[in-house]
Design a protein. Structure first.
Length: 341
């Protein structure tokens, strides 16, 4: 093999993740949406385009869903379909002005019959077992992987004729909010960012605060709270000493726990784009968003818009007198209207 051919092969191998091709799999039957797949040597990344209309140039909203392996499309026995990650708000109305994109979870099928999912719409091996998730999903359920996948989709969208390239925005909810922030830092392709119901700090501190708050609410005794907190210390020590010594339902005990425990404060402060932060004040995961304005003020940064939704929980529902979720009082549409404004 001559030296030129060797160089070409080496370059091609290095560029393979960049040059990996995209399949436009066309419109989804019985649903106003379009199916795309990015293929590379590492894995395939699927995403959905609401309405699926490529004839009109529009701004783009990428919506980063939360932390569980929920398919992009769920099918009912009679053939009707819906997009579960967007079902809390009127995404069809929003799609009149924006191309809305949702990225698949790793190693999770694009479309699944509802009978094959568990009660939380998660794709599982055996739905009769508790969270019987696939090994492939678990091995790829870590922060850096989600960030890589999001950036690949952003790069693809920035080259499409149907995209208003200067207005690609990203919205993340819950764990997806971290992906929205991280994939936007230093990324000139992202126009604006929204961080909803996220924790700008780590996962571990929210678990500790959660157990203390349960005591305040009378849900558990102080001794039980202390035992649970000390159990976190024990598990964390094991993970850091030997990642294979602890098994967790939602992924590799080392990469999943430690990667999503990364604080994002430095990333927030590096953002040059306008960033919208919205969260319910009854959401233990997100309540420390209250502190973000302090850090932005210290750094003389004015690109933060923050909106605490008083009395709402993680998914923007009201609570009843017994502090239970009142599913009749949802505010997702209000939140999305604020984000769009």
């Amino acid at each position: 093999m001559n030296i030129r051919l060797k160089i070409v092969i080496i370059i091609a191998y290095c560029l393979w993740p960049i040059l990996a091709f995209t399949q436009d799999l066309g419109k989804v039957t019985n649903l106003q949406a379009r199916h795309f797949r990015l293929i590379s040597h590492k894995d395939s990344i699927e995403f959905i385009l609401v309405n699926g209309n490529l004839d009109t140039i529009k701004p783009v909203i990428i919506f980063c869903q939360g932390s569980t392996p929920i398919p992009l499309v769920i099918k009912y026995p009679e053939g009707d379909k819906f997009i579960p990650s967007l079902n809390n708000f009127d995404y069809q109305k929003l799609s009149k002005d924006f191309h809305i994109i949702v990225i698949s979870m790793p190693y999770t099928p694009f479309e699944v019959d509802i009978q094959k999912l568990d009660k939380d719409f998660m794709y599982v091996i055996d739905k009769e077992k508790f969270q019987d998730l696939s090994p492939s999903y678990l091995a790829n359920n870590y922060f850096e992987n989600y960030n890589r996948r999001a950036k690949r989709v952003i790069d693809y969208l920035s080259r499409q004729k149907w995209v208003e390239k200067r207005r690609i925005s990203i919205i993340g909810h819950s764990r997806g909010s971290k992906i929205a922030i991280k994939s936007s830092v230093g990324n000139k392709k992202i126009y604006k960012v929204a961080f909803l119901s996220g924790n700008p700090f780590g996962l571990i501190e929210q678990y500790v605060r959660g157990y203390r708050r349960q005591v305040d609410l009378g849900e558990i005794e102080a001794k039980e709270s202390q035992y649970k907190i000390e159990d976190i210390y024990r598990v964390w020590k094991k993970i850091n000493e030997d990642p294979n010594s602890v098994k967790r339902n939602f992924g590799d005990p080392d990469r999943t726990w430690t990667s999503f425990d990364q604080p994002l404060l430095d990333d927030f402060l590096k953002l040059e784009q306008p960033v919208y932060v919205g969260y319910g004040t009854e959401d233990i995961k997100a309540i420390l968003c209250d502190l973000l304005p302090i850090f932005f003020i210290q750094k003389h940064k004015d690109n933060l818009t923050i909106k605490p939704y008083l009395g709402l929980e993680h998914n923007f529902y009201e609570l009843d007198a017994k502090r239970k979720i009142d599913f009749a009082k949802a505010h997702w549409n209000d939140v999305m209207n604020d984000v769009i404004k």
